[in-house]
Ligand binder design. Sequence first.
Ligand code: DC
Length: 672
Amino acid sequence: MFSTPFLDIAPLTGADGCVRLPGSKSISNRVLLLAGLSAGTTTLHDLLDSDDTQVMLDALRALGCTIEREGERVRVTGLAGRLAVRHARLFLGNAGTAMRPLTAALALLTAAQGGDFELAGVERMHERPIGDLVDALRAFGCQIDELGAAGYPPLRVHGGTLDLSRPIRVRGDVSSQFLTALLLALPLVTTDRAVSVEVEGELISRPYVEITIRLLARFGVTIQHEAWQRFTIPPRSAAGAFRSPGDVHVEGDASSASYFIALGAIAASDGKRIRIEGVGSDSIQGDIAFTDAAEAMGADITRGANWLEVRRGRWPLRAIRLDCNHMPDAAMTLAAMALYADGTTRLDNIASWRVKETDRIAAMATELRKLGATVVEGADVIEVAPPAQWRAAAVHTYDDHRMAMCLSLAALNPLAGADPGVPVRILDPRCVGKTFPDYFETLFGVVQAEPAAIPVITVDGPSASGKGTLAAALATALGFHYLDSGALYRATALAALQAGIADDDRVALARLGANLDLRFAAGATLLEGVDVTDALRREEVGAMASRISAGPELRDALRALQLSFRRLPGLVADGRDMGSVIFPDAQLKVFLTASAEERAARRHKQLISKGFSANIEGLLADLQARDARDRNRAVSPLAPATDALLLDNSGLTIEASVAQVLAWWQERSPFR
Ligand code: DC
């Protein structure tokens, strides 16, 4: 996982493969709450592990629920409807699916049982309306204080006198989460009479309310409704409010599926396909209707009970006009697909976008324009026409996971005729952690790019110059792959020593190199399945590597293997000839130039710290001999590429060297 505040996506030319979706956010947080309030223990399978579920888990723990992780499973032992803790301050991040239902549950429970709770979140959470829910709860007799602006969190709930005799009205046209929150919480306080909730205004995002009702039924509560306008919560049964169903399987997130459905529709042509596992025709999530919208735009979709397969159908995509009230989240993905359509796409009835993680209408309009699209923004509508001329853009994500995931689809611009294709920079890419922490890794696993378009940084230099440490740290920071080309020569040397091949048998060595079964896995190097990480560092192996690497046959034999490391999202390669011979078109080439004396001193310190005895003079002589051999060989001699930037890291810490190279990388990028 990268640590830079940006992620660059090279221009992408195709997609093929299979993705497994993370669990649905809406289902995960609802079942967590229900399990936390139920009698008994519930085992949750495939629960989403993300920022939003984490705050819900933390809140339940603070309220006294027992939560155990067992590998992929999470076991929640609930409160059986009784407050075990009477005072707590809950931090709910930016999770609307935690703030709204917990507010309702704690307001009603403290009114019935006593207690005092504070519910707060991040700054943006304090700008997301909750006033209509607060009004409805007050009408039931709950005591709620707004600690900041009226109508917004943070809130304090502390008792009151419950009166459930009259039907209560709640607005349905700002967020369906208000109604969901009441439906999830009211069964906790019903007595021998049914309670009614009436929806004022048109109920938006109805499918989310359907999820709520289905999950309540699994926990033993059957809600009746009249035309989605009047909902009846039944009188409490003798067994209490919620009863744990034992095991609950969380389906994949249908909103998360939308990015891969779009990907297949745009980029899976010529026999390729994107298979999505975790949602399908059996899904209870409203956003599965996104498949119909994607089909209307031209996607070719095959559905199974819990999988989808998507191919490009019509191309370019068809511009559509659609009322998106029923799937506001997934509709954002349609705005990204509109970049690949044959005209202007218009998404109507999306006012709720303005009160989500950010004002999504404004954010989408601003960022799509940066890419070159023509966008018209209205109070509850957006119109998008594709770019005539694509531009490389650094796009803001507004701490909104869906902005980051939608805009990543803009990297498919070569398929819309951008020539040359342009990369896309996603700013603050980690915001995807809200619902899909591995989104980018998953994406990079199923997309293709021209090798020349995949960024490469080369770090060459003499032995013990610290290039391995620098290159590996750069790769980690950028989330790039890492090639230690010296390891390939060392592995060949080790294999030759084991097979008794002489260091002048160039043909046999080349054959060995061409057939190396070498794998790099989690910090270890495996040669024919055996961990050789330490063996490769042995002195005699290094010396043999230095001698055999002078042979042009072996160098040729290892070339294809080295080139195969150039994979999305990018590569940092270290060695002697990475910039000069193997990746002559690398976007940035660095050549380390620390003196032999400095390098000998470093290696000395390193050996001593590991408890080996060492002598500086011997190390220096050895390094100088190796430098001379690397420099003076006929093929690929050690020398900076003509366009390499020299870095004398003698007096620099590793952090300072990394910072310097990242600064050079930024200067080279088209996003300055
Ligand atoms: O970087 P290292 O010490 O692990 O490299 C071991 C030997 O391999 C080194 O003596 C020179 C050779 N080598 C090379 O010739 N070309 C490379 N790209 C990397 C290493």
